[in-house]
Design a protein around this ligand. Structure first.
Ligand code: UDP
Length: 407
């Protein structure tokens, strides 16, 4: 595990000093994170790096995962899709099972920490256990909230408004809420296996392992197989571009334990891919960070053709590697990409195909986008900034009666 000082070369000493100062003011405070999966997806990715780093700073932070049956995760995935704008109807039984599973988890878990950070809707009803204590409960939303289904949001809002504060990833997700809303965007860890620098031999050996030709352009999208990541759209983009330019497509992704839709999406992708030898559909097991890192580094262009996106860590990961990225102009992605400056933002299959052709034909423009993208990630989306935001929020909630907190 990386040590705090290892981050100095990316962020400088002042930032690290600041983190240590804030952390020292939280001594004796226990911070408990709860989400719905230990592996797969951005939330687990962030917590895997953030908890050890908080601990390294001397903060007493921990992470628990709620349990649920297949049906529960089907309901929460439906909820997830509804919050992303899909029209869905929940039966009374579904609502009951959602609440019962939250209740069951609440009874089995120790929920007494000073600060409770509950991630996303799946465990949001744990708040019913709050009671009359000095605890501070924060609801951290990682979802693209630009256009949530009104019924689903009305139902969840009842619980969310019992929290002391909420966190959203982008200004465009702000809601009308009775509780304070804080904007904290996610981050990547430059020293994780997913993002650290790799020797060329490692990159080459990963390409060899998957039989990918390193002499021809490689277009890559790394994502869970989820409709909202539009993997079928990515294949169509590739098929259009390949008529003009000889290239290969890598679609790599695994599943998440709280996402039951993956298999269905994958089978739809397999159908459009047919037996195309230039499309590499890679099903990666959870511990594939080095492989993903290598695939991103080996790529000529990275796509993230999302239709909705809370933030899109994969965009940050690719930009960190100075790769030119073409991504859907949705959710948290425009925070990371300024169109035509640090990447290209697109809305359609045709638009994405046009952008991809342009970048494949103009490597110096592509390089410039990647380099600008890297600078933006370094400045705004590294784990140190994320932890700083969190520590400040914790301090402000614990000292709520004071206008000024003397550090
Ligand atoms: N990821 C992974 N293996 C996969 C697919 C994705 O490790 O097979 C990682 C990816 O590198 C990124 C995270 O999972 O770190 C996905 O986060 P993102 O915000 O892009 O999307 P989410 O899955 O949370 O919607």
């Amino acid at each position: 595990m990386a040590k705090l000082n290892d981050y100095e070369k990316y962020v400088g000493t002042d930032v690290l000093y600041e983190l240590e100062l804030y952390a020292s003011k939280l001594s004796g405070v226990v911070i408990q994170n709860i989400n719905s999966t230990a592996v797969g997806g951005g939330v687990a990715e962030i917590l895997t790096r953030m908890i050890p780093m908080l601990q390294e700073l001397g903060v007493n932070a921990c992470w628990d995962v709620i349990k649920g049956g297949e049906k529960f995760f089907e309901i929460t995935k439906k909820m997830h899709n509804a919050l992303h704008g899909k029209n869905v109807i929940f039966t009374e039984d579904e609502i009951d099972l959602f609440l019962e599973t939250n209740e069951m988890n609440a009874n089995q878990m120790d929920l007494k920490s000073d600060i409770m950070v509950i991630h996303d809707p799946q465990p949001c009803a744990l708040i019913r256990k709050k009671g009359n204590t000095n605890q501070k409960w924060i609801w951290r939303c990682h979802i693209d909230f630009s256009n949530p289904d009104p019924f689903t949001w009305k139902f969840l809002k009842e619980y969310i408004e019992q929290y002391d504060a909420s966190i959203f990833s982008a200004p465009s997700f702000a809601r009308e809420l009775k509780i304070p809303q804080v904007l904290i965007s996610p981050s990547i860890d430059p020293l994780s296996d997913k993002n650290k620098e790799l020797p060329q031999e490692t990159i080459d050996s990963v390409l060899e392992k998957f039989n990918i030709d390193k002499k021809r352009p490689i277009i890559t999208q790394i994502s869970r197989f989820d409709y909202l990541k539009d993997p079928v759209g990515v294949v169509k983009v590739f098929q259009r571009v390949r008529k003009y330019i000889d290239c290969q497509l890598v679609l790599a992704g695994g599943g998440a334990t709280d996402d039951p839709e993956g298999a269905q999406v994958l089978s739809e992708v397999e159908e459009v891919v047919a037996n195309d030898p230039d499309i590499f559909l890679l099903l990666l097991p959870p511990s594939s960070d080095i492989e993903i890192n290598a695939l991103q580094r080996a790529s000529t262009v990275i796509l993230q053709k999302s239709l909705k996106e809370g933030f899109g860590l994969t965009v940050a990961e690719a930009l960190w590697k100075s790769k030119p990225v073409i991504a859907g102009a949705v959710g948290g992605i425009p925070l990371q990409i300024a169109h035509k400056y640090s990447g290209l933002l697109t809305h359609t299959i045709d638009g994405t195909a046009f952008a991809l052709k342009q970048l494949l034909q103009n490597p110096s423009y592509a390089r410039m986008l990647g380099e600008n993208g890297h600078k933006n990630i370094r400045k705004n989306f590294l784990i140190t900034r994320h932890i700083r935001d969190y520590l400040l929020l914790f301090l402000s909630l614990l000292n709520k009666k004071e206008d000024i907190i003397y550090l």
